[in-house]
Design a protein around this ligand. Sequence first.
Ligand code: AMP
Ligand code: ZN
Length: 487
Amino acid sequence: MNSELKIYNTLSRETSIFKPIHSGMVGMYVCGPTVYSNAHLGNARTYISFDVMFRYLLHLGYKVRYVRNITDAGHLEGDRDEGEDKFAKKAKLEQLEPMEIVQKYSLDFHEVLRQFNTLPPSIEPTATGHIIEQIEMTKKILANGYAYESNGSIYFDVEKFSKEFNYTALSNRNLDELLNNTRTLDGQEEKKGRLDFALWIKAKPEHLMRWQSPWGEGFPGWHLECSAMSSKYLGNEFDIHGGGMDLVPTHHTNEIAQNIACHHTQPARFWVHTNMLTVNGQKMSKSLGNSFLPSELFSGNHSLLERGYSPMTVRFFMLQAHYRSTLDLSNDALQAAEKGLARLLNACKLVAHLKTSNSSTFSVEEIKEKVYSALNEDFNTPIALAHLFDAAKYVNLVNDGKESLSPADKEIFAVFLNQIVTDVLGLKPEQEAGTEKIEGLMNMIISMRADAKNKKDFATSDFIRDQLKEIGIEIKDSKEGSSFSIL
Ligand code: AMP
Ligand code: ZN
C-alpha cells in the first residue's frame, strides 16, 4: 500500500497522517448512547461510522482498544444542567425503576447494533459503575482551582479556565459571542458564570439515582463520565475520541476542559465527529419527532416509507456517504442501495468461481491501491465503494469471458474483495443469519416428528410432514434419518 491513513481532526481543522501514540496500538473512545429511549437510525449512523473505522484499524493490523460507554445516569433533559433527569422522567412515565429503563434500552441498543453487524467495543463502561472515579476527578479539579462548590453541587469555573486555556478550541466559537448568547436559566443562580457546568449535582429529595460524596448525596454531571472513563481505560492521552457532531459545542468542549483542569493535558490526538442523518434535510432526532426506529425501516411500517429494507441495505446506504457529510434518508436512495449491495455481494461470491487464463487483462493491484487510498483518505467509504463497483464489473466481465484473470491474480482478488467488503465494511449476505435459524428450527421439527413416529403417533408425524409441504418444505425419509429441502 502506497498511502498512509489520514484522519480529519476537528480540533486542528485539518486532515493529517494518523500515527498512534504507542506503536501498533490504538486507543479509541466513542461517546455511547444515553439509554432512556430506543436507538433511532441517526444514532445507528454514528455507531456504524465508528464501526467502519474500528474495523479498518484492525484490518491495518493495529491492536485497538475501543471504549464506548453507556450513559445510564446524570444526563438531564437540557444539556446545560437544567430539566429533569432523563431516566427518572422515563421511569415515571413507564412506571419502572430507572435501572429497568437502563436495562430495557441497553438491550435495544445492543440488538440494533447487532442487526447492523457492528463489532462490540473492547470495553463498554457505564457511568453508574464509575462514580468513584468521577468523584476523584471532581476532587482533583477542585484542588487545582477550576471548580467551586455551591449549595452541595460542584461547578466547573469556565471563566477562570478560559483565562489560561482556549475553552472553545474544539468548536472554534468566539467566547464573547457565546457568553452574550447564553441565557441564565431559571434555577441556575448557584452558578457564578453563565457557561459554568456541573461536575457534581446535589440530589433533590425526590431524585432516585443518588450517591454519597464529600459534598453530600448527589450524582455526577453528564460530561464528567466520559472524561473519567476514557482516562481510566485509555490513559490521560490517547489516539481517537469520537462522537456525533452535535456533541462538539458542549459535551466534548467540556470534556476537554475537565481533562486539562484535572490532568493538565487535552485527552485525544484526533477528535473525530460524524455528521447527522437527516430526514427531508432536518436532523433526525427524537425531540423533533422525525426519528425512525431501525425496526420501522426493516418492516416498512412507517408513513414515509414505501416498503421495508434489510439491515445490510441500510448499512450499505449509510456507507455511500462520507461520515462527515450529512445523509438524507429517502425511499429512492434505499432502493438504489439495495441494488448496489446485491451487485457487490454477488461479485464477492462469484470471484472464487471465476475461470482463469494465463494472464490478466486488467490490474488487480491498481484496483486494490485505489480502494486503500480512498479508505486512507479519512475513511472515504463512498469513493472506496465506487472502486469496488469497478472491481465487481471486472468480476462480471471475466465471468462473461470478456476479460481474463490469472490464477494468482484471482486468488489476490478474491481475498481482497471479501476482506474489504466483509471485514472492513461489515457487509454480509442477508440470508446468513436467517438460514442458520431456519436450519435450527427444521432440525428441531424433524426430531419432534421422529419422536412422534417412535411412539407410533403417525397422525402427528403425518400432520407435520403435510403442513410443511403446504408451506413449501419437503421432508425426505431415508434409512439415515430425515432431511428437508425447500421447494
Ligand atoms: P444520544 O443517545 O442522544 O446521546 O446520542 C448517541 C449518539 O448518536 C451521539 O454521538 C449523537 O451525536 C449521535 N446522533 C444523534 N442524532 C443523530 C443523527 N440524526 N445522525 C447521526 N448521529 C446522531
Ligand atoms: Zn461522552
